[in-house]
Each structure stands twice: as structure tokens, then as C-alpha cells.
Design a protein around this ligand. Sequence first.
Ligand code: GLA
Length: 406
Amino acid sequence: MQRFARFVALLVLLALGAGQAVAGVEGDTIQAEVNKAPNGLALTPPMGWNSWNKFACDVNEGTVRATADAMAASGMKAAGYQYVVIDDCWHGPRDANGFITADAQKFPSGIKALSDYVHSRGLKFGIYSDAGRLTCGGRPGSQGHEYQDALTYARWGVDYLKYDWCNTGDRNAREAYAVMASALRQSGRPIVFSMCEWGTAKPWLWAKNTGNLWRTTGDIFDSFSTKDPKRDWAHTVTDIVDLNEPLWSYAGPGHWNDPDMLEVGNGGMTPTEYRSHFSLWAMMAAPLIAGNDIAHMDENTRSILLNSEVIAIDQDRLGAQGHRVATEGTSEVWTKPLANGGIAVLLFNRSQQPATITATAQQIGLNGKGQMHARDLWAHRQVDMRAGALTATVEPHGVAMFRLDS
Ligand code: GLA
């Protein structure tokens, strides 16, 4: 009861202050929230599935249930995929008291029943909202309803909130995300907070104690490097890599750079390009949120999303984001330090021709580490490291990925 009274008081406060710049007592409260320790969640990059990349606004409870079933049965759950997240367009109107409801056509059983279903499959449940008056898809946003929405999500058993940035007017991003972070904390339920403001206000500089992950770019587009002529804000895989890679020092356990959800299996890239996309995301310690129809995926897609040796690089508990250590024309060498003193090494060929790429001992940072053993994480076999260097002929748009251990 006491908690509810507190919620109501905060609701009034926020209804008065929503959309205003941070100032005065409220500003101090928000600042105190920003400075608080993070929620202790997402100590490795979150893994799961999100409806948007494949289904956009065509999502409904049948799709979500089938996805949860497939995740549990296909080996994805066992491989670490955990969160089943409904993106935009699940919302109906707010009720007379301002509480959000579900779209009754698409989710006739309601969100609580769906959340229970996902949990019954041993998985976690996520949902989507927006810091503005409306979501990007034109559904009700959370502005002015943050505490009420957080309470609703907690009652529904939500474990993950993706919080978007459309229709926010002149709202201050740091303030807006701090309000929802505070609301989630006070809901009493552990909820991973996924910030989706596309990197506009550089959240890597201020959001470490606010969100568990923050998008660093505009939306991904299912293409290796060919731009979408109709959507200049959408980014190809190589665009995103170039925007997200320089931010490597800001990522760590509980707070990750998010280069957007995976497109693996959605049809716009070749299997080689999808392997590169997945490998680069793992090197960047990115959240691995599948964005395909996992209830109907083919063997190729499955073999990429379920490559446990690549997943282990992403999920390494040191939580370091890997980065590029050498570039020669269109050939790149990347490294990522691992918790056991090992190193992940990626050779990346951006060109349309095969390329022989070498990572030298110095580039890898082997000096003083003694003899190490290398394993090819796509061929699943040990490889020879001549004089401490790694060399491979890499197919066009492809990668070779290794794990080095002493
Ligand atoms: C924005 C986000 C996407 C998706 C859509 C939904 O574009 O960046 O990831 O959530 O909104 O409308």
C-alpha cells in the first residue's frame, strides 16, 4: 500500500514535470537516481529474440507463443537466448485511469497471460515503450505515465523493457531515461532496461548507471554494405560496425553498447555475410537479440545463431568489447580480451575478392604471453600458429574467427 501511495505521489510529480528540463528538487531527485548503482542485471550482453526486424507491426500473441516454443525446443534457450521481447504495436489505448492496455485484436488473452506463457517455457519476457507521447508506430508512449507503466509491467511479470525515442519533442534524453530507470527500480521487479535513442545524445557518456544497454546507431537494415535508397536513416552492417566499434571502451558488465538487433536469417545477406554479422556482434560484446522467424528458420540460420563457440566470445564474463587493431585496405584484424587470459581474434575481409589476412603476434598482443593454442570458431578445429601469427584466406565479405588460449 505504501509503495502504491509513493507511486501516486510520483505520478503527480511527473505529470507536472514531464517534458520539462531537469531543475530544482525534481532535478536533484533524478540526478540522485542517475548516480545510483545499476540494477545488477545483464552482467553479460542480453540474449534473446525481438519481434521487430521480421514482424514489425504484424506481431500478435500467436507469433510470440510460437517463438517461445521454438526457442525452448530449437536449442536456442540452451545456447543462452533468454528474453522474448515484443517490440512496437502491442498497445491498445489507455484506460480511464491512464493504465495501458493491450491491442485486443492482436493480444486477446492479454499481456499477463502471454508473459506467463513465456515464463512457463523457462524464458523471460520483454516489452517495448517509448519516452514520447507516442511510440514510433503511433501507439501510446510512456511520457507522463512512467511510474504507472513500470508498475503495470511489474504486475505483468515483465523482465526487459526496450524504451524508444520517437515523438519526444524537446525532451532531454538523460532526464527522460533517468525517470524510467527510476520507475523500473521502484516497481520492485528486476527489469533489464534497454535504451533505444539511437546514439543521438551519446548515452555511452552518461547512461552507465541508467540503462543496461543503449543503442549506438539508427536502425539496422538487412544488408552487408548496400544502403537502402528509401531509408537514409537505416544502416547496413558495415555502417553500424564503423559507428559502434570506436565506442569499445564504454561497454562492460551491466552496461553495453547496442549496435541493434540481429538480421541473421531474414534473407537480405548471404550465409557468409550473416556469419560476419554474427561474429562482429560477438566481438563487440553486443546484445545477441535474434530478429528472424525462429519458429521457421533454416539449417544455415540455425548453425549461425547456435554457434556456441562464437556465443562464448560474446558472453565472456570479462565483458570487454573487442575492437579493430589493424587495417590494411579492406582487410581488418580485431581482438577481444577474455576472462581466462585468452584472446579472441577476428580477420575480416570487407572486399569482394578473397583476401589472405595475417594477424601478427604484436597486433594480437601476444608478447610475453608464451605459447598459445588457437581454435577456429567456425571450422571448429585447432589451427597452427606459426611464429605466433595467425593467417587465413578469408572469403569476400567473410571472417575467420579464432580463440587463443594458453
Ligand atoms: C525504432 C527503433 C526500432 C523499432 C521501431 C519500432 O525505429 O529503433 O528498433 O523498435 O522503432 O517502431
